[in-house]
Write a protein that binds this ligand. Structure first.
Ligand code: NAD
Length: 494
């Protein structure tokens, strides 16, 4: 019998194409949404003083979900006064072990209401239900659990020194992980003994306002948490309010810079979590199949609306063709569509504006000479969707290699030596995250010190944990969220 080798007779690849369609598997629980959401100030839901509301829509079908209260400077002022009163009267002087009990209660209530929150998050923001169900909501609860544990141990954060809360903290968050970003901000602030005024992003206010209901259910003292919905002007009012002694902002670098300018000359404490353009670096000794999964997760998780997305793939030249072939096969089977379907991999782009920004940057990539490839899948007729897209023949000067796209678009570049990989990875104004795929532990350790990034993942990507500090270098901002370092940013150390 003639011998067959895998070289002469490779295993046949099973390609099903569109022979079978998945049956729809929609999530059906009731997200308990209201038609109108008021501001959450001093423990109650109150109408905005000017009586203005704005619509929030479902980006997957462009239908209106609810009207959201638009807070102006007068509403922000009421929220800051309520927070100051709660800080002076109750929260700031409450023993840590009592504060911790409230945080534990909030964590458990988020778990109790997890399904409802996951659906609300998906409807309002467009992310796949499997992500809001398995990542966003459980991680938000995990942040409250973790920080509850710190509330009565603050003195261990700076042994031998005195730590004290700042007072009222003003917080502004983006739309990509609405409840999770809220948890990253509110949990450490409360554990440290601060009271907060938080502004959610204008396209995703619902889960933040539903969080007000959780605060009520937890019996949190009035004014400890205040949620003021609105757009840029509301955020600016929170940040410049004289009662906010510390400001925590997550969002774009452009707005971060304007916030720094507006606070110059004040003695407010500040942390900024801004944009990124991470390099995900694949060496020729890496486990390539695992690396491809990491690349896909790194750029297509949450439609690429991720500050630390691995949006620049740097692959060693000798394995570039193999990686590209595997990547193309993997992308071909990604399912884009109804975010409420449990089989969906990529849901809706968060807004029409974001879709226009992604489209514009992709157009620039083609015009500047890069080679575009998407998975060619059929997109829903309504709503904001974008196919998973990769670019080859990308040069470092292309806009798609330099600017944050914040969408499902990967720019692929190659390198020959580790030195070249580091040089290319660091050649960006950002410094939030990076990934390294290699078999060599020594190389991982060396690169983790050479890469100018706040987080370096090794043989994995997009892994998060409340105990692990997250934050940037350079134009990705300063300050940390999570872990001991994140707690210290909410305390003054004497
Ligand atoms: P954005 O900067 O436009 O808005 C962020 C928030 O700031 C929103 O709530 C917005 O209403 C508010 N805002 C806008 N202008 C303001 C102003 N002048 N003063 C005060 N508040 C203002 O960002 P976005 O488009 O909502 O979010 C995407 C950006 O967020 C991306 O750049 C992404 O990388 C970044 N991000 C960073 C992290 C991180 O941890 N580093 C996490 C998530 C998102």
């Amino acid at each position: 019998m003639p011998k067959t080798s895998s070289k002469t007779n490779p295993a046949r690849e099973l390609v099903f194409g569109d022979l079978w369609e998945y049956d729809p598997a929609p999530e059906t629980a009731d997200p308990k949404l209201k038609k109108r959401y008021d501001l959450f100030i001093n423990g109650s839901f109150v109408a905005p003083q000017a009586g203005k509301y704005f619509p929030t829509i479902n980006p997957a079908n462009e239908t209106k979900i609810a009207d959201i209260a638009l807070a102006d400077a007068a509403d922000v002022n009421s929220a800051c006064i309520a927070a100051q009163k709660a800080f002076v009267g109750v929260w700031g002087k409450m023993p840590g072990k009592e504060r911790g009990k409230y945080l534990y209660r909030i964590a458990r209530l988020l778990q109790d209401h997890a399904r409802e929150f996951a659906i609300a998050e998906t409807l309002d923001g467009g992310k796949p239900i499997k992500e809001s169900r398995d990542f966003d909501i459980p991680m938000a609860a995990a942040h409250f659990f973790y920080h509850a544990g710190w509330a009565d141990k603050l003195e261990h954060l700076a042994p031998g020194r005195k730590v004290a809360p700042h007072g009222v903290v003003g917080q502004v968050i983006p739309w990509n992980f609405p409840l999770l970003m809220l948890a990253w901000k509110i949990a450490p602030a409360l554990a440290a003994g601060n009271c907060v005024v938080l502004k959610p992003a204008e396209t995703t206010s619902i889960t933040a306002l539903k969080f007000g209901e959780i605060c009520q259910e937890a019996g949190l003292p009035n004014g400890v948490v205040n949620i003021v919905s609105g757009a840029a002007e509301t955020g600016a009012a929170v940040i410049i309010h004289p009662l906010t002694t510390k400001v925590a902002f997550t969002g774009s670098t452009e707005v971060g810079k304007s916030i720094m300018r507006s606070l110059a000359g004040t003695d407010k404490k500040m942390t900024l979590e801004l944009g990124g353009k991470a390099a995900n670096i694949v060496f020729d000794d890496a486990p390539l199949d695992q690396a491809v999964e990491g690349i896909v997760n790194g750029i297509f998780f949450n439609q690429g609306h991720v500050c630390c997305a691995g949006s620049r793939l740097l692959v060693q030249e000798s394995v570039a063709d193999a990686v590209l072939a595997k990547l193309k096969r993997r992308i071909a089977v990604l399912r884009v569509g109804d975010p409420m379907d449990k089989n969906t991999d990529l849901g809706a782009i968060n807004s029409r504006e974001q879709l226009a920004k992604i489209t514009d940057l992709v157009k620039s990539g083609v015009e500047e000479g890069a080679e575009k490839c998407d998975n060619g899948c059929k997109l829903p007729a309504k709503g904001f969707f974008f196919r998973p897209t990769i670019f080859t023949n990308v040069s470092m000067s292309h806009r798609i290699a330099r600017e944050e796209i914040f969408g499902p678009v990967l720019s692929i570049l190659t390198f020959r030596t580790p030195e070249e990989a580091v040089e290319k990875a660091n050649n960006t104004p950002y410094g939030l995250s990076a990934g390294v795929w290699t078999d060599k532990g020594s190389r991982i350790l060396k690169l983790s010190t050479q890469l100018k990034a706040g987080v370096v993942w090794a043989n994995t990507y997009n892994k998060f944990d409340p105990t692990s500090p997250f934050g940037g270098f350079k134009e990705s901002g300063f300050g940390r969220e999570g872990g001991k370092q994140g707690m210290l940013d909410y305390l003054s150390v004497g």
